[in-house]
Design a protein around this ligand. Sequence first.
Ligand SMILES: Cc1ncc(COP(=O)(O)O)c(C=O)c1O
Length: 387
Amino acid sequence: MRSPPETSELDTPSRILMGPGPSMIHPRVLRAMSTQALGYMDPSFLEIMDDIQELLRYTFQTDNEWTLATSGTGTAAMETAIGNLLEPGETMLVRTTAYWGDRMAQMARRVGGDVASLDVSPTEPLDPADVREAFEAHDVDVFGICHADTTTGIRQPNMSELVDIAREHDAYTIADCVTSLSGVPVHVDDWGVDVAYGSPQKCLSSTPGATPLTINERAREKIEARDSDPASWYLDLNLLMEYWGDERNYHHTPPTTPYYGLREALRLVAEEGLENRWERHRRVAGELKAGLEDMGLEMAAAEEHWLPSLNTVRVPDGVDDTAVIQFLMDEYDIEIASGLGELDGEIWRIGCMGYSARRQNVACLLTAMQDALEAQGFDVDEAAIEA
Ligand SMILES: Cc1ncc(COP(=O)(O)O)c(C=O)c1O
């Protein structure tokens, strides 16, 4: 017999989470998540699902009937969107040069789709002229857009314009709102996007595992009329909606605790009000940005595309980005992150999301950052004077 391993009771360090996600969980969400489990057909649990759907419609600003939580992370919601909307042999247009666009492209290929590449710079927002050109060059069925790019800290403007281009070509649009939902304005119905998904662990400050997803009537009709079933049984929306809709047929056992957490997180959004919440993210992240710039640091994203929930900051010459990250963690218990892919070593990624988006966290991070930079020999005062 194998003997049991030696472990101790869970005792995690107390971190301030200012990275690209997860953000810190709101205390009310933590309390909701310590609630006892219910059966998946318990009328009380079904009421919780109804509440989640109604609160999500508010948060996405949509009337979509097919609005639900995916049992999985943002990647599962992305895969649900693509795996249901795109049929084998159809073409998906995405910016393959960008981190999330590349992930969408991989998923599209796995479900038997073709990929049309928008081969444009990943560090600028999509230009409607490039998108129009790509639609003219390819017969596109589904267009994937990342609204808030967690790798570059860029917010995509012109969402309605991009969606309109797709509509003019009879194509459907999927919007990745993982890093924007409830942190910066998201208007699913006004934009006209057909499918959108978010994240529970970013600006909503809940736990991963129950991910917001919404599908409009147009996309629903396409999905209901598919020639073949989606390759994934687990993520098949026609089956899933038999549980989320009036039929209430068992599909899978939902992750109870993340559902409780999501419901409470969404209640907090409704209490604060979306406009106030967007304004808070902007104000608190604005203080962060101003403080960093005062130290002589430079933001990587242009002011007009700045994404308050995810701030990208250039690593100054001569400074070791990972040493700074480690210093913040060791000396101040603060998490920030390095750049991904080509931006590794070039930028830091500093999140300002949900319950983490508070002035006290920003004040602490600015002090810690100054200390970390000075430990690296970067003269903060000199740089600030030069800046
Ligand atoms: C823009 C974007 N899309 C998708 C994902 C994937 O989400 P998850 O890590 O929850 O699977 C992330 C994760 O950070 C993201 O930032």
